[in-house]
Design a protein around this ligand. Structure first.
Ligand SMILES: [Fe+2]
Length: 195
């Protein structure tokens, strides 16, 4: 059973207002419920003996399993990596970003472009196969992830993440996100994968 994390709105969160944040949290709660229901269904009458690639209950559950679980994980990473006030990447983060993107400001430009190009998520990820960071673009929770990587910085680009507050001003949402990144959390995530 997956337990929901109770993220709370605080003054440190400047990327979205309380109303937008709370609407988004309700959506996250829905994904937690969904993955628990799917897990339960997979343990019960899942239609496994009828499995095929065209349609059916088992196939629907398998599609839903990765969609809902990634929905939970990516939202948690997103809510954890906002609310920062430091403004600057930590030492290891700056070093790795500079190594893989030339310099921090080039990375900013590339990440912002990745966000603008994404229908679902923009993620700074550590690609373990190439031992380097990449800005990757996901069109949905289960579309675009690298098979073997660690999400380091996660930005929700679904319209539900910003539309209530920003309407179609996506660029302003992205800019305010970039100023509200919790770099301490990012440094911790990267350190974990570099040990
Ligand atoms: Fe979302």
């Amino acid at each position: 059973m997956i337990e929901m994390v109770n993220f709370r709105y605080s003054d440190d969160i400047t990327v979205v207002d309380r109303r937008q944040f709370e609407a988004h949290m309700r959506l996250y709660e829905g994904y937690v419920k969904s993955i628990n229901q799917i897990d339960e269904a997979l343990r019960g009458d899942s239609g496994r003996n009828q499995a095929n690639t065209t349609y059916g209950r088992f196939r629907d559950l398998k599609r839903g399993e990765t969609y809902a679980l990634n929905g939970v994980i990516l939202h948690e990473l997103y809510f954890q990596n906002i609310g920062g006030r430091a403004g600057e990447p930590g030492t290891l983060t700056a070093q790795m970003i500079s190594r893989d993107f030339g310099c921090v400001s080039d990375w900013y430009e590339d990440f912002i472009a990745t966000a603008k190009a994404s229908r679902g998520w923009a993620v700074l990820g550590y690609d373990q196969r190439s031992d380097r960071l990449r800005n990757i673009s996901l069109d949905s929770h289960d579309l675009g992830n690298i098979a073997y990587y660690a999400p380091i910085l996660v930005l929700d680009m679904y319209e539900h993440a910003y539309f209530l507050q920003y309407a179609d001003n996506k660029a302003e949402y992205i800019n305010r996100f970039m100023r509200n990144i919790n770099w301490k959390v990012i440094e911790e995530r990267l350190s974990y994968w570099q040990e």
